[in-house]
Design a protein around this ligand. Structure first.
Ligand code: FAD
Length: 545
């Protein structure tokens, strides 16, 4: 790779590169590798102290992936695939972090990354057709192309409860867990939130704490993980024909190689449906249960309700106290319209004598006080509060760089005032040479993100190479193409049940956030075909100069 330069351009001293990549998680690392191979100079800018992204920050007890690790891996290099063996079906955060460190070492990526460096502003300079990035640490960056690989779940949502500052005990956030761990032994602990991070951490916190009180606003569907070694049937498929297995994932709906179901719920008898459900429940695989029961489960409320009822039956059987069981049963969203969670002893944990569930729908939190949490019905004194309150998903980290100023001084915040507008989830009209990886408008969080990230990175880097080889300096989508994509997004979302739930997919978890379904619901394989077709039809919807 050609070395990056630092120069004084008359606009202050800045590091000069072809491409700036913000973020050093799954996406940023693969970008740096591909850009280097393409002969483009690049710098990675990362707020954290090392690589890993999600897996650097989320060190709470029980943190794991929820897509089987053999699928949640890079696939771009067959030698890398055989050089690494996962120890479990769902690897822990430390193992995934080790894997990403292994990848960074193998391709010598750290030398191009500036750690502990946050990008704070980005401005398109029309005169020189370059982005100028301001950072909070060291030189500014001048780049031809600006790629945000800043993550969909990387901006933790601040608590919306009065009095957090008054609390005299310890406060932790699952998304920013201390690197040295936290000793909860013998302490009275509160966990606020019952999303994926809470569901993973609650069983382990309960084992340590003197008493655990869980404050739940909205219950989630959780499915058993049945963790252990990678299942032999999936391993044989992978090892039997690795290339075909990976290709099937790329063409699938969710980025995991399962066939498209064709049988609909009403074609099956009660006994057949139960048999399918029990098999899926025993498999301990999120994607299996989300996609393989019957074809109408994600698009028809009646087909979906059958799955919901079967899961509620499982919750009822797992939790001894009927009132607690009832509170844990989701009843406000179709199954799958909100990302379901994986359960390792989650429901069973509520049978422990040292665990209490507080249902905030019946007794909302009034305030956090010096000694604990006060609801409409009680005060709970605690030593530790753990906020598992989730993320400002998909747009949080992008908007946190403020302002991002495009052509004509337009700010992304203004352009997105009514919600994110993108072409293919990758680009924005009026913002030349600006790309997002797994941004709003792409399949992103509705998919196995490893597969989506590789597709995005390959598509973007191939475009940058073609642009350079064709003698062009800028690429930008047209307003018409962007409006068309947004129309298509809306049409697709009318087909699935996602529109029937208020979730972090729609921005409903963040007060004041404009609501609308942010990920593309058309599926990973169809999305890939669309991106490829855009290229084969002469960069349909893009202006190149
Ligand atoms: P991230 O890993 O989020 O990395 C983005 C990086 O950008 C971060 O390190 C951040 O510090 C940095 N950054 C952001 N803004 C700036 C800035 N302004 N300046 C400098 N640096 C910045 N997905 C799955 O498909 N399967 C799973 O099983 C799965 N499990 C998950 C479990 C947890 C607990 C969480 C939180 C997410 C999980 N995800 C899962 C989603 C996960 O985020 C993605 O799979 C993937 O790790 C995203 O990689 P990324 O590189 O796009 O973003």
């Amino acid at each position: 790779m050609v070395a990056a330069r630092t120069s004084d351009t008359g606009r202050g001293t800045s590091q000069q590169v072809d491409v700036a990549v913000v973020g050093a998680g799954f996406a940023g690392l693969y970008l740096l590798h591909r850009l280097r191979k393409a002969g483009l100079t690049a710098v990675g800018l990362e707020e954290a102290g090392d690589v890993g992204g999600t897996w650097y920050w989320n060190r709470y007890p029980g943190a794991r992936c929820d897509i089987q690790t053999i699928d949640y891996s890079y696939t771009f290099d067959p030698d890398l695939e055989t050089a690494w063996t996962w120890s479990e079906k769902y690897a822990t955060q430390p193992e995934i972090l080790r894997y990403l460190g292994f990848v960074a070492d193998r391709y010598d990526l750290r030398r191009d990354i500036r750690f502990k460096t946050k990008v704070t502003e980005a401005k398109w300079d029309e005169a020189i057709e370059r982005w100028q990035l301001t950072t909070d640490n060291g030189a500014a960056v001048s780049c031809r192309h600006y790629i945000m690989a800043t993550g969909c779940l990387s901006a933790p949502k601040p608590p919306e409860i009065d009095g957090v500052k008054d609390f005299k005990g310890e406060v932790y956030f699952t998304g920013r867990w201390p690197h040295d761990g936290v000793n909860l032994a013998g302490k009275r602990v509160a966990v606020i939130g019952t999303g994926s991070s809470a569901i993973q951490s609650i069983p382990l916190i309960a084992e340590q704490a003197a008493h655990l009180t869980v404050f739940q606003r909205t219950p989630n569907f959780a499915l058993p993980a049945h963790n252990g070694p990678a299942p032999s049937d999936r391993m044989s498929l992978l090892q039997g024909d690795r290339a075909a297995y990976r290709e099937q994932a790329r063409q699938s709906m969710a980025g995991v190689p399962y066939p498209q179901q064709t049988v609909v719920s009403w074609q099956l008898s009660d006994a057949e449906r139960r048999e399918r459900f029990e098999r899926a429940w025993a498999a301990g695989d999120l994607v299996h249960i989300l996609t393989q029961l019957w074809a109408d489960q994600a698009v028809d409320i009646d087909g979906n309700k059958i799955v919901q009822d079967l899961i509620r039956e499982k919750i009822r059987a797992a939790v001894k106290d009927p009132e607690t069981a009832a509170a844990l049963m989701p009843d406000d969203h179709p199954f799958g319209a909100k990302r379901p969670c994986l359960d390792t002893n989650y429901y069973a944990t509520y049978n422990r004598p040292n665990v209490t569930l507080v249902n905030l729908r019946q007794e909302p939190i009034k305030a956090i006080t010096a000694s604990g949490i006060t609801t409409a019905k009680r005060s709970v004194d605690v030593d530790v509060i753990v906020f598992a309150t989730g993320f400002d998903a998909m747009t949080g980290a992008i908007r946190a760089v403020h302002p991002i100023t495009g052509r004509g001084g337009k700010s992304l915040t203004d352009v997105w005032a009514q919600g994110p507008q993108t072409y293919l989830g990758l680009t924005v009209a009026g913002f030349p040479n600006f790309f997002m990886i797994t941004g709003p408008g792409s399949p992103s969080v509705l998919s196995n993100m490893a597969v989506s990230i590789e597709q995005h990175v390959d598509w973007v880097v191939d475009r940058l190479k073609a642009l350079r080889d064709g003698g062009f300096t800028t690429i930008e989508p047209t307003e018409t193409a962007q409006a068309g994509w947004n129309r298509h997004m809306a049409d697709c979302s009318m087909v699935t049940l996602h529109r029937l739930a208020n979730t972090w997919y729609t921005g409903a978890n963040v007060p004041g956030k404009v609501q609308g379904l942010m990920p593309y619901t058309g599926g990973v394989g169809p999305y890939r075909s669309i991106c490829d077709e855009v290229v084969s039809r002469g960069m349909l919807g893009f202006k190149l100069t």
